[in-house]
Design a binder for this molecule. Structure first.
Ligand SMILES: NC(=O)c1ccc[n+]([C@@H]2O[C@H](COP(=O)([O-])OP(=O)(O)OC[C@H]3O[C@@H](n4cnc5c(N)ncnc54)[C@H](OP(=O)(O)O)[C@@H]3O)[C@@H](O)[C@H]2O)c1
Length: 263
């Protein structure tokens, strides 16, 4: 598909999936708005992108009220947004019995409220034009639960529910809503995952290192956007099959997750 004269806004563009989506959308001719906290990384990425018209709009998703007011104030000055990709997020690797309670708020602010706030600020302009796609990067952890992710899974299940409801509400305005649920993708996600004190664990994991290549994952995500899908799983091996196994063999799946630490 040709994305000339289209604008795609991507959060979490400084790393991993968001960064790769920005590169591939720019190659397809789109202008990209890059958001995250790390402006240095966003600037380096912008310089690397093909084409022109790319913008940097730093956002801290952990401050959703600020996101809402800042973007609402700026939206009329920005190009019309054709695709909003709510991708920025953090994970965790920590047991419920050991977690500080604040970890749950940290995860929810970024992964859920940040996403809701940005969508709230951008969607009215799409509705006014009767055109646009809202994409949310949830997770396979938003479809099935497993150890070490009580907070993360909660946020990603919330995203799936939010998107299902939003899709129903905005269909009459011709707005497309896509929920993407990635399995293990090779990015810095494990490295940035929170420990029981809410601090990045600063180490990667075998499951992520053996995960799907981020270029392949981003290309599958763009295909799903092109095809105007409602929901897709993007993953390989057990992480890709987990939602299907859970759906048809729930007791077997629950026994498996009680035994295995997926990391
Ligand atoms: N990789 C996987 O296996 C996997 C699987 C399922 C779902 N996902 C989801 O995919 C999305 C992207 O993750 P990734 O794998 O690409 O991980 P990543 O390499 O760690 O990238 C995470 C991105 O989120 C941004 N971010 C984190 N906290 C933020 C905040 N407070 N405000 C604004 N931006 C913030 C980071 O930017 P700054 O640090 O610069 O702010 C970074 O650009 C996440 O929503 C994640 O949950 C990933």
């Amino acid at each position: 598909m040709n994305y000339n004269n289209k604008t795609v806004w991507i959060t979490g563009a400084s790393s991993g999936i968001g960064r790769e989506l920005a590169i591939q959308f720019a190659e397809l001719g789109a202008s990209v708005i890059l958001s995250a906290r790390n402006v240095e990384k966003l600037t380096a990425l912008k310089d690397e992108l093909k084409g022109g018209g790319h913008l940097i709009l730093p956002l801290d998703l952990a401050k959703p009220e600020e996101v809402l007011s800042k973007v609402t104030a700026a939206i009329n000055e920005l190009p019309a947004i054709d695709i909003l990709i709510n991708n920025g997020g953090i994970s965790q690797r920590s047991l419920f019995l050991e977690n500080d309670f604040k970890v749950y708020r940290q995860l929810m602010e970024v992964n859920y409220f940040g996403l809701v706030a940005l969508t709230k600020a951008v969607l009215p302009s799409m509705v006014a034009r009767k055109s646009g796609s809202v994409v949310a990067i949830s997770s396979v952890a938003g479809k099935v639960g497993s150890k070490l992710r009580t907070g993360y899974s909660g946020t990603k299940f919330a995203v799936v529910g939010f998107m299902d409801c939003l899709r129903a509400e905005v269909k009459e305005h011709n707005i497309h809503c896509l929920t993407i649920c990635p399995g293990f993708i090779k990015t810095a996600i494990a490295h940035n995952s929170l420990n029981p004190q809410g601090v990045a664990q600063n180490k990667s994991e075998q499951a992520i290192e053996n995960g799907m290549d981020v270029k392949v994952a981003a290309s599958k995500m763009i295909n799903a956007i092109n095809s105007k899908k409602d929901e897709v799983i993007v993953g390989q091996g057990l992480s890709g099959w987990a939602p299907t196994i859970k759906r048809f063999f729930p007791r077997l799946f629950n026994r498996l997750t009680a035994k295995v630490n997926f990391k």
